[in-house]
Ligand binder design. Structure first.
Ligand code: HEM
Length: 494
């Protein structure tokens, strides 16, 4: 009132009958903030466990804001259309009532889809976006009024796009499908990727690019003397700071890899043939028994038992015996799956990864915090810790004959600071994960497709008969690798 009176006196002093129409906006400028406040307040206190007085009072705040804006807007329009206030107010009224009718339907849909909290939050957000309007009109109203016709069209276009985007975001049949919101409301991202963007490299986040070009492989996994550091944001997520796979520094990684590289040579794997054959024989017996007893086996668990027994044998010279456990008692595939889900979370929250890799697993297990499949994985890790401690304490160092990974990691030639329980435990845990899941998954998928494709199965059997004339034959790796279908790297094999 004070400001309106001031404007009236000033207008009279300038010989004008009345002040500029913008003088009618004070009430809206004063009360507009109450609208989003009231909406957010109501949205987040409309809970059964919060006193009903909270939403009731918030509706008073909201109502106060609406009255301020409503009265102000009508006065402003009437004053702006000085000679035709009736037509202007009638148009405004029509627009308001149409919007109110549409909103009655939309609000119902929104409440059903989003619930009252998020509906009121969305409306509060829209009210916040429009909050500056009375202030902007107060400053630039005179200018806007000079292009009155254009501004009406502009307001219509803006209103149309707001309605269209609201529909696409919240009510479109595809609205529940995740993806960038910009792609949900417009064709711009698609246009950008199909037309504007050139080349196979795109930036996927503030510090990384995605490369869709196989030729780039040699650039990244460059051999020889070309130095490559691993990305700490990636390696921390593995939760095994002491392992070679988590070693960022090129030189340190090289040194750690040097200790293990022998174990991945063709000769080492050939030396392991009898161990592999032994375990495959055990598996064969289990398959036969299951066949005779008509028991259904879960292939991922069965193959994970085989690969886990092999890799534990390779690590510390003794299998964990998953293959001979009555029901294969092996939930590693499931547990490793959960761990990989966690990996994706860890990548984005490195402090969480640091925290998780330092958890007191032993105590947590005792307190019963870690159970289920993850509990089993923790058991495996604790057993590995025990083996690592035993390997470090052992005074008999093996230098000849088949060595285990722990023999290599604890050898005198390895720097002393590298011979710790944490280092051994982390290395063995990575090898356990990398050596169990990958190969078990490959075998399960191959078995599934072979069972589905009988022609292919018969072809493979025919090929295998060449090196396995009887069921008891034990082919060597060098014989097997000569079978074209078995080593084919295309699917379906040519
Ligand atoms: C189907 C089988 C397998 C696939 C597809 C596979 C794939 C991969 C890939 C792509 C990497 C590179 C990751 C990177 O640094 O960007 C890797 C690393 C590694 N894999 Fe495998 N892998 C398989 C089996 C195995 C097995 C059986 C073992 C162990 C017995 C193993 C142990 C490792 C280790 C230790 C690393 C880290 C190497 C380093 O940091 O230098 N992997 N694997």
């Amino acid at each position: 009132m004070k400001y309106t009176r001031r404007d009236i006196y000033r207008a009279r002093d300038r010989g004008l009958a009345r002040p500029e129409p913008e003088s009618n906006l004070y009430m809206a400028m004063f009360g507009a903030l109450a609208i989003p406040i009231g909406l957010f307040w109501m949205g987040w206190t409309a809970h059964p466990h919060i006193s009903m007085w909270s939403p009731i009072i918030s509706s008073v705040v909201f109502g106060f804001g609406v009255v301020c804006v409503f009265v102000s807007a009508y006065q402003y329009v009437a004053a702006a259309y000085e000679y035709h206030p009736g037509s202007a107010l009638a148009s405004l009224q029509m627009f308001r009532l149409t919007a109110a009718g549409v909103m009655a339907v939309i609000a119902d849909l929104m409440c059903a889809k989003l619930g009252p909290h998020w509906t009121l939050t969305v409306l509060g957000g829209i009210a916040t976006v429009f909050l500056p309007v009375p202030y902007l009109l107060y400053i630039w109203g005179l200018k806007v009024r000079t292009w009155s016709r254009l501004s009406t069209i502009l307001a219509g276009v803006v209103a149309y796009f707001i309605a269209r985007y609201t529909y696409r975001l919240f009510f479109h049949p595809l609205s529940k499908i995740p993806g960038p919101k910009l792609a949900a409301i417009s064709y711009l991202p698609e246009f950008y990727h199909d037309v504007v963007r050139k080349g196979p490299i795109i930036r996927i986040n503030p510090r990384e690019v995605h490369i869709k070009d196989p030729a780039f492989y040699d650039e990244i996994y460059a051999g020889g003397m070309r130095i490559r550091q691993k990305d700490p944001a990636f390696t921390v997520a593995l939760l095994t700071p002491g392992a070679m796979a988590s070693t960022n520094d090129h030189e340190r990684h090289r040194q750690r890899r040097g200790v293990l590289s022998n174990f991945f040579s063709k000769k080492s794997v050939t030396d392991l043939e009898s161990v592999i054959q032994d375990k495959v024989d055990t598996l064969k017996e289990r398959f036969n028994r299951a066949f005779n007893e008509e028991t259904v086996l879960s292939l991922p668990s069965v193959f994970a038992a085989l690969t886990a027994d092999m890799i534990t044998h390779y690590c510390h010279g003794e299998s964990r015996g998953y293959l001979i456990a009555p029901d294969f008692k092996n939930n590693h595939m499931e547990a490793l799956d959960s761990l990989f889900t966690l990996f994706h979370i860890n990548r984005f929250i490195p402090p969480l990864a640091h925290l998780l890799s330092r958890l007191p697993l032993e105590s947590m297990k005792k307190w019963g915090i870690l159970s289920g499949t993850i509990g089993e994985l923790v058991d495996t890790r604790l057993q590995t810790r025990q083996r690592a401690a035993e390997a470090l304490q052992s005074t008999e160092k093996k230098t000849i004959g088949p060595m285990t990974l722990f023999d290599a990691l604890t050898a005198d030639s390895v720097p002393e600071e590298e011979r710790t329980v944490n280092r051994l435990e982390d290395e063995a845990s990575v090898l356990f994960g990398a050596g169990t899941e990958t190969t078990a998954r490959t075998l399960s998928i191959a078995a599934f497709y072979l069972a589905k494709n009988q022609t292919l199965l018969e072809k493979l059997r025919g090929e295998l008969r060449l090196v396995m004339p009887s069921p008891g034959s034990k082919p060597t790796w060098s014989q097997l690798e000569k079978l074209p279908l078995l080593v084919s790297n295309t699917f379906p094999p040519k």
